[in-house]
Design a protein around this ligand. Structure first.
Ligand code: FE
Ligand code: FE
Length: 182
C-alpha cells in the first residue's frame, strides 16, 4: 500500500486535530500523547497505531464534543474503526472499537478506576451506557482484543497532560505503514 492513506489520515488531523478533546489538550495532542505512551511500553506497531488513531472518529463532523453536548453518544469508537478498516486489520481496529467498552469494563472491574477518570470521561461514560454489568463484563473479557483494548484505555486515560512534549505526527509515518494491511 502506498503512502497516500497516511496523508489522508494526517489531513484529518490537520483539519480537525486542533479541536479540544474536552480536557486540557487538543485531539492531536491527545493522539500524540497516547502514541508516545504506547511506544514507551514497546507496544508494537499495531498498538502504537491504535493508540494514535483511537479517536479518529472524533475528527469527523458530529462525532466529538459537539454531539456529546447535545446529550447523545456519537459512537466515535465504532465510526473510527469502521473508517480505518480500509487500511488496517483487526489488530489495529479491534482495540479501537473496544476502547469505550474497556472504560465501561474497568469502571465495573477495578476499584477506584471510575473515580480517577477525568471529568469529561465521566460525563461521556453516562452517555455511553455507564459501567458494565457483571454479564457485560464476562462478554467483554471474551472478546479477542479485550486485553489490547485495556492497554489502549490506560494510555487514553493518561494522554491528557497539558504540557507533555511528544514527537510529531510525521514520526509515526513508518509505524502506520508497517501496521497497515498488506
Ligand atoms: Fe475515545
Ligand atoms: Fe481518547
Amino acid at each position: 500500500m502506498g503512502a497516500s492513506f497516511v496523508d489522508e489520515i494526517f489531513q484529518a488531523f490537520a483539519t480537525r486535530g486542533g479541536d479540544f478533546y474536552g480536557e486540557n489538550v487538543t485531539q492531536l495532542e491527545h493522539a500524540l500523547q497516547c502514541a508516545r505512551l504506547a511506544c514507551e511500553e514497546d507496544a508494537g506497531d499495531n498498538l502504537v497505531a491504535a493508540a494514535l488513531l483511537h479517536d479518529y472518529g472524533h475528527l469527523f463532523e458530529g462525532r466529538g464534543d459537539a454531539a456529546e453536548q447535545l446529550g447523545r453518544d456519537a459512537r466515535h469508537e465504532a465510526h473510527g474503526a469502521r473508517m480505518l478498516r480500509r487500511w488496517f486489520g483487526p489488530e489495529v481496529t479491534g482495540p479501537i472499537a473496544l476502547h469505550v467498552a474497556a472504560k465501561r469494563y474497568l469502571c465495573a472491574a477495578e476499584a477506584g478506576y471510575e473515580e480517577a477518570l477525568s471529568s469529561a470521561s465521566r460525563l461521556s461514560l453516562a452517555l455511553q451506557g455507564g459501567r458494565f454489568t457483571l454479564v457485560q463484563c464476562r462478554h467483554f473479557e471474551a472478546r479477542t482484543f479485550a486485553g489490547a483494548a485495556i492497554w489502549l484505555r490506560r494510555w487514553d486515560d493518561m494522554g491528557k497532560a497539558a504540557e507533555l512534549k511528544t514527537p510529531g505526527l510525521n514520526d509515526y509515518r513508518a509505524v502506520l505503514q508497517r501496521a497497515a494491511k498488506a
